[in-house]
Design a protein around this ligand. Structure first.
Ligand SMILES: CC(C)(COP(=O)(O)OP(=O)(O)OC[C@H]1O[C@@H](n2cnc3c(N)ncnc32)[C@H](O)[C@@H]1OP(=O)(O)O)[C@@H](O)C(=O)NCCC(=O)NCCS
Length: 458
């Protein structure tokens, strides 16, 4: 379908490079994201129909009983066009690698990292937007950013001892109070139109996350009042400002990279799949994303970025700042930030963050420890012989970067992952409603049934 979208896109005069659009100041107004989506959806619907007619009855290979018991590893079970994860190469967003994304997506004036607004546009449409389109999206999100008073009150009443992810999930759930989709559904909207209010809710969801994340940070860590959203600034700048880092250009650049690379990781990971699963019951985007956040809060998933920093700082306290490789080797435990359910090589999201660190903080001690661990841990995991992937994932690096810029509260780290992952989950929910994705309902079996089914089979 991606190639078909690209073909349709080549045929349309709307596809121009950012540079050529800027030259044509008299050019007609470029379409908004919603207008462009409305053009693409009928094409995609036809593509899905054709794929189902052509391939619908074909088998996708055997299912092993071990996959039923083994967390469905590798089981082909879902469709999501936005991103695909190759075990060796890592993630591609609509066919583009992270370095390609960094090169091709629009940047803020003076910035060198991609704007996550552009990544969202790419996830939703399969197209690289112009700078002007991305700037419009920044303005739109800034205009939608306010959260209802009662959601502020919910957050203000949370004890600071309640984990920031639990507070985040509570607030996102409560946003469902004003869901356009829930209201339209109650009023009997037709199935073909579901995607419109889902789009509006998804835009509201993403837009409101910085105010929620900022309020949690300031409440829990006593950092004073939130500044207002600046409609002239991009999403990452506003998020940084709400956290108290708006004047720190390096942190703002880090947020642009961070949100972009954490946004999506194909459809089967816990947060993305949870969002899709709950959305398949026609729960609105707020309820669906709150469920996804609860999955992201698990230590085997998003909480790993918190765990890595806890692990690193404990290790640093125990073996010192400039410890030898021998001392690091002796400090053995389960290594958070290493291993992956799909990847079998170093995560390109780790590499992108390492390159950012080499550029902005090459002499930082914690960054050096992260690099030292990279030279040692894969060997240890290979030697232990259990982990299928001994290489680092995205979480092995992110905490060290945040710490460098002064965001040292590790318990908060997964909230930033949660802001980012909304981009992917929201894009997927919009397309699931556009393509009429059905209620998810796989079949479960008992061990007794398995034994009966395979009784006389080899
Ligand atoms: C990501 C993760 C959950 C994938 O799980 P998985 O698909 O079951 O991984 P594997 O098939 O390679 O696991 C096989 C064995 O290796 C172990 N293993 C995997 N990664 C390990 C690590 N980083 N350190 C120590 N042991 C590890 C597993 O615990 C498992 O042991 P068991 O058979 O005794 O239960 C796992 O690698 C992990 O726990 N990593 C640390 C947490 C993390 O970084 N999560 C973020 C992922 S983006």
């Amino acid at each position: 379908m991606v190639s078909a979208l690209r073909t349709s896109l080549k045929r349309t005069p709307l596809l121009r490079s950012a540079a050529s659009v800027r030259l044509l100041s008299t050019a007609p107004k470029q379409p908004t994201l919603k207008e462009r989506l409305a053009e693409l959806i009928p094409v995609a619907r036809e593509q899905v129909k054709a794929a189902r007619v052509q391939h619908g009855k074909k088998s996708f290979g055997p299912v092993l009983v071990n996959q039923l018991y083994g967390g469905m590893r590798g089981l082909p079970a879902l469709i999501w066009e936005g991103s695909v994860l190759d075990p060796d190469e890592g993630i591609r967003f609509r066919g583009k690698t992270i370095p390609e994304i960094q090169q091709q997506l629009p940047k803020a004036p003076g910035g060198s990292e991609p704007l996550p607004e552009g990544l969202f546009w790419l996830l939703v449409t399969g197209e690289v937007p112009t700078y002007e389109q991305v700037a419009e999206l920044s303005k739109d999100w800034a205009a939608r950013a306010a959260i209802p008073d009662f959601v502020e009150e919910i957050l203000d009443r949370c004890p600071p001892t309640l984990h920031p992810m639990s507070q985040f999930s509570l607030a996102v759930t409560a946003l469902n109070h004003n869901s356009a989709f829930a209201q339209a559904y109650a009023e009997g909207i037709s199935k073909k139109e579901y995607w419109g209010p889902t789009f509006d809710d998804s835009m509201d969801l993403i837009a409101k996350l910085p105010n929620i994340a900022g309020r949690i940070y300031r409440n829990v860590y006593g950092r004073g009042k939130l500044p207002p959203i600046d409609v002239q600034k991009d999403y990452s700048h506003n998020l940084s400002a709400l956290l108290g880092f708006g004047d720190n250009a390096g942190f703002v650049e880090l947020m642009r990279l961070y949100i972009t690379i954490h946004s999506d990781h194909e459809g089967g990971n816990v947060s993305a799949h949870t969002g899709k699963l709950v959305g398949s019951a026609l729960s609105d985007p707020f309820l669906s994303y709150a469920a996804a956040l609860n999955g992201l809060a698990g230590p085997l998933h998003g909480l790993a970025n918190q765990e890595v920093l806890v692990w690193l700082t404990k290790m640093q306290a125990k073996i010192g700042e400039d410890a030898s490789d021998e001392a690091v080797k002796k400090y053995r435990q389960v290594v958070p930030g290493y291993g992956h359910a799909v990847l079998r090589k170093t995560d390109p999201r780790y590499v992108a963050q390492r390159e950012f660190a080499l550029k902005h903080l090459p002499d930082d001690k914690l960054f050096k420890l992260v690099g030292q661990i990279y030279n040692i841990v894969p060997g240890i995991l290979l030697e232990a012989g259990k982990a299928k992937n001994p290489w680092p994932n995205v979480d092995a690096h992110s905490g060290a970067l945040l710490t460098y810029y002064g965001l040292t509260e590790m318990q908060y780290y997964t909230v930033l992952f949660g802001v980012s992952r909304a981009f992917g989950v929201a894009a997927q929910l919009i397309w699931d409603r556009a393509l009429g994705a059905p209620l998810e309902r796989p079949k479960s079996y008992s061990t007794d049934a398995i034994n009966k089914i395979f009784k006389d089979k080899n």
